[in-house]
Design a protein around this ligand. Structure first.
Ligand code: FAD
Length: 309
């Protein structure tokens, strides 16, 4: 099977999310990476070095500079004439582009796969991860989004794929890029952090969240996450949200502080290697998934813990 992987990039380098998609695609067959961008030679060269990629297709056009889904999807759909499967990361960007590719090809998308069970058979979460469905596609071509935390990352170095230029329909004329606001932070990005300290509604307000959670995260070199309740209450920006409608994370250590453990939150973090929960309610559902649980008042326990580290 010939697979086409959508590379997520900033025109110069490749986003980590792509590496897990390459691993998934390699289980299906030969992997070609599609880099759609503008002045994106750096990203194409980086994609060529990913172990397991046999060819890179570089679509270098001003229309693809910001990877607008309306422009990238027709390009990918056109290239798919020569491929059997299109795979994208289940990130905001991938989830924007892949369904459009599926629509262009008139096939069903298989979303958020966790494993490859056969040529056209995959597992994927349903009911916010409370059940795992095994699904088989009967479409002639596959369009798939891949859950990054479910697959090992391919090595970013070691490959030596050829880079081929391709052209596409260019600007579809249905959308234009206006601007972006990117949060600058020295902290590890949530989806690639080894340790995450997450806070919930119990943190009361933005200042208290900062006062309690940040020093602990600093000590551990951790990323900071939050429950939706904390985000909705304005303690932290919404790109901190972990869960069904936030980010899916699987760090080595996830520390949930003052988070009850609603299924929608668990859906985003229960694959973490070690889960530590601090909650004053011993019946809080978070303790059902926690490897280490501390029944305590966070206002006492967290500063004490931070002080001892
Ligand atoms: P609460 O449930 O209010 O829990 C607060 C916890 O803090 C309690 O367990 C309490 O015992 C503890 N606590 C209070 N004071 C202290 C103290 N002093 N010391 C120690 N512990 C203390 N939620 C997400 O997180 N992510 C999502 O992506 C998400 N998506 C959703 C999608 C849908 C469609 C819906 C309907 C809901 C979604 N939710 C999501 C919301 C989810 O259902 C919960 O409402 C939310 O996760 C609760 O957040 P919380 O645990 O911070 O707050």
């Amino acid at each position: 099977m010939n697979t086409l992987v959508l590379v997520e990039h900033d025109n110069n380098s490749v986003n980590d999310a792509t590496l897990a998609v390459v691993t998934a695609a390699a289980k299906l067959g030969d992997v070609t990476a599609l880099v759609a961008g503008s002045n994106c030679g750096g990203a194409a060269d980086a994609a060529a070095k990913i172990a397991g990629v046999s060819k890179v297709l570089k679509a270098d056009d001003a229309a693809y500079e910001h990877q607008l889904a309306e422009n990238v999807a027709p390009l990918a759909a056109k290239i798919m004439a020569d491929y059997d499967a299109f795979l994208a990361p289940a990130t905001t960007n991938g989830k924007n582009i892949a369904p459009r590719v599926a629509a262009h090809l008139d096939v069903m998308q298989v979303s958020d796969i966790l494993s490859v069970e056969g040529e056209k058979t995959f597992t994927r979460p349903i009911y916010a991860g409370n059940a795992i469905a095994t699904v088989e596609s009967s479409d002639p071509k596959l369009v798939i989004t891949v859950r990054g935390t479910a697959f090992d990352k391919a090595e970013a170095e070691g490959g030596s794929a050829s880079v081929e230029e391709v052209t596409g329909p260019g600007d579809a004329g249905t959308s234009s890029f206006v601007g972006e606001e990117i949060a600058e932070s020295d902290r590890p990005e949530l989806t690639s952090a080894n340790v995450i300290v997450s806070g919930g509604r119990a943190l009361k307000d933005a200042d208290t969240f900062e006062e309690i959670i940040t020093p602990l995260a600093d000590k551990l070199g951790a990323g900071i996450g939050a429950s939706r309740a904390a985000v909705d209450a304005g303690y932290v920006p919404n790109d901190y949200q972990v869960g069904q409608t936030g980010k899916i994370v699987a760090p080595e250590v996830y520390i949930a502080i003052g988070i009850s453990g609603a299924i929608q939150h668990l859906a985003g973090m229960k694959d973490s290697k070690t889960i530590i929960a601090i909650n004053k309610d011993e019946d809080a559902p978070i303790f059902q998934v926690a490897d280490i649980g501390l029944v305590a008042d966070l206002y006492k326990a967290v500063p004490e813990l931070t002080g001892k580290l």
